[in-house]
Design a protein around this ligand. Structure first.
Ligand SMILES: Cc1ncc(COP(=O)(O)O)c(C=O)c1O
Length: 297
């Protein structure tokens, strides 16, 4: 299905895939857009911890009852940036086979991978039709485009089409036709190739600058792909206070703790690196480091 956004797909899942009171397992920390869409549908969320290999699949079971679906961002987990390894992808499929649960695979930005070879998507490994696969052009190209897609198991196509037709009919055809030509003429592939190189270089220089200027304050988690980097605050620093200090020098910091369910979580920042030139990023970090050093003396 062609949709306007991943968000629209997540909302449709709330309507079609689950009933109020069902349980959906989500990565913890995890993507707020997904959690809010599921909560709006009246489901219970089961937070499942994430380690260096992604969501801990053996922790998906919930004492309240069967888990109906699990939402994952396997290529680079939002917000930690870790990649779900192959063994866990297979374990997730095994869980779906055993329980009849659904796997919601949000593969946002998977085209932007810089280290190692891309892993097969869970949907690509699935032989039994348990995976709903989500991709979005809004991040691959630009956010105001509003085009995304959802690959559905066969038995879900009709109910999703019915719900989507009720909601808003279809995505704008003119934008789809233009994007179709853009892809057909090879510009899309060329764009991804060019941007992957650019973002790869920007990620590397962003990390070097962060390690140079900000290492007294944060530990930088290098992601294998994507457009943002998680930075974990060192002990003794308060996330809210760092946001205020940054704001006082004109820098907006997106934070990590709010992305955890259940009150406890690591403090830190989620920094987008793709839109900044290496010089601009280094200058901002220098400014931030100076402001933090005044405060933390
Ligand atoms: C995990 C994740 N999925 C999806 C999206 C957004 O996609 P869309 O704009 O198509 O809703 C984002 C945007 O930041 C995201 O972080």
């Amino acid at each position: 299905m062609i949709l306007t956004s991943s968000q629209q797909a997540l909302n449709l899942m709330g309507t079609v895939l689950v009933d109020p009171g069902d349980i959906i397992a989500v990565e913890n920390p995890g993507y707020h857009g997904a959690k809010l869409a599921f909560l709006a549908a009246g489901v219970f969320l089961k937070p499942v911890a994430v380690d260096v290999d992604g969501i801990i699949v053996s922790d998906i079971e919930d004492s309240r009852g069967p888990v109906h679906a699990v939402y994952v961002t396997p290529s680079h987990q939002y917000p930690t940036g870790v990649t779900l390894n192959l063994a866990r992808r297979l374990a997730l499929l095994d869980w779906a086979q055993r329980t009849g649960g659904w796997i919601i695979e949000d593969d946002y930005d998977s085209e932007y991978r810089y280290d190692g070879r891309p892993l097969a998507s869970i949907q690509g490994l699935d032989r039994a039709g348990h995976v709903l696969y989500l991709g979005t052009f809004n991040k691959m190209l630009f956010p105001s485009l509003r085009l995304a897609y959802l690959v559905l198991p066969k038995q879900l196509v009709r109910p999703f089409v019915a719900a989507r037709t009720l909601l808003d009919g279809q995505s704008p055809l003119i934008a789809q036709a233009v994007l179709h030509e853009f892809i057909r003429e090879g510009h899309f592939t060329a764009h991804i190739r060019r941007m992957r190189q650019l973002y790869h270089a920007r990620r590397n220089s962003f990390i070097s600058a962060a390690e140079k200027h900000l290492s007294p304050y944060v530990e930088v988690a290098v992601p294998a792909g994507g457009l943002s980097i998680a930075c974990y605050l060192r002990d003794g620093l308060d996330e809210g206070r760092t946001v205020e200090i940054a704001k006082s020098v004109g820098i907006e910091l997106s934070t990590l703790r709010r992305l955890y369910l259940g009150g406890q979580g690591r403090q830190g920042w989620l920094l987008g690196f793709a839109a900044l030139s290496p010089d601009a990023a280094a200058r901002a970090m220098q400014k931030l480091s100076y402001a933090l050093s005044n405060e933390c003396k």
